[in-house]
Write a protein of this length. Structure first.
Length: 276
């Protein structure tokens, strides 16, 4: 199954390959990240089709056997679906069981496609790579300020700390870098770019709410693209984004092209449930 994955899922699994595991269970892949049990999309099942009402009991049983039993600290449930579809209505059974549904559009950038930002970033900003793990707290602070989905703050900070630890280990192993945009000595935006076998994948593009709409995202992504293409020689850069978010237009303005739209289902861990 893994060989048939589209670029978004294919590059997503690269991170589990680094410090976790990916196992083919026949009709689904089992993705685990034992070092970060609270990472929903590091501990999930990936199926090769869209869910239906009839799938709920079997998929829940699969998750219990493959994810929860090996690591009871995983309190969430997460299902990815490898099926390019512009529209998907969450099955009522999954909705009633407390799941959220979201789409992710995979975008790619090839050599010669990168375009300069339409507006140059002002001279008061600096874009550079971070010295991980020493500067990891700077990135964590930006990420926590961008907790737009309302996850429990303390748990979300711990999750982001674990993620930056992982990215620091990947940077030390030569897999890529974490980038930051700085203003007045403060980190105000960040992202990661990691890759192997000629393909780079962006991670967690964020801009502090107080610094948005100033061109930081566009300038930061452009700088990281140049790093990936010119310094690492990666022939394909992959960006995955919410198709309804304004950021996807920013990526397209830089030359990224949409390839496919994939769907995912998640049920939050009890401490992450937002009161209705």
């Amino acid at each position: 199954m893994r060989a048939r994955l589209e670029p978004g899922w294919q590059t997503h699994l690269m991170f589990a390959d680094f410090d976790g595991s990916v196992r083919d269970a026949g009709d689904h892949l089992v993705v685990r990240s034992p070092g970060s049990p609270s990472y929903y999309w590091g501990n999930f099942l990936l199926y090769e089709r869209l869910a239906s009402d009839a799938d709920l009991p079997a998929w829940l049983a699969d998750f219990e056997r493959d994810i929860t039993q090996p690591d009871p600290a995983c309190r969430h449930v997460a299902f990815g679906m490898q099926a390019d579809a512009p529209d998907f209505a969450m099955p009522p059974a999954f909705a009633e069981a407390g799941f959220e549904c979201f789409a992710t559009t995979t975008m790619t950038l090839q050599p010669g496609q990168l375009r300069q930002p339409a507006v140059a970033l002002g001279g008061n900003f600096e874009i550079r790579t971070l010295d991980l793990p020493r500067e990891a707290p700077l990135a964590v602070d930006v990420d926590v300020a961008c907790n737009d989905d309302g996850y429990q703050p303390a748990a979300y900070r711990l999750f982001r700390e674990n993620q930056l630890r992982r990215y620091g280990e990947m940077a030390a192993a030569g897999w890529g870098q974490w980038f930051g945009a700085f203003a007045q000595g403060q980190m105000v935006a960040g992202l990661g770019l990691f890759g192997r076998a000629g393909v780079g994948r962006f991670q967690h593009v964020t801009t502090h709410p107080a610094w948005r709409r100033r061109g930081l995202c566009r300038a930061l992504v452009h700088a990281a693209c140049r790093y990936g293409q010119e310094q690492r020689g990666w022939h394909t850069l992959v960006m995955c984004a919410d198709p309804d978010d304004v950021a996807i237009g920013i990526y397209e303005s830089l030359g990224f092209a949409r390839q496919s739209t994939q769907w995912s289902l998640q049920r939050r861990a009890p401490h992450d449930v937002v009161p209705g």
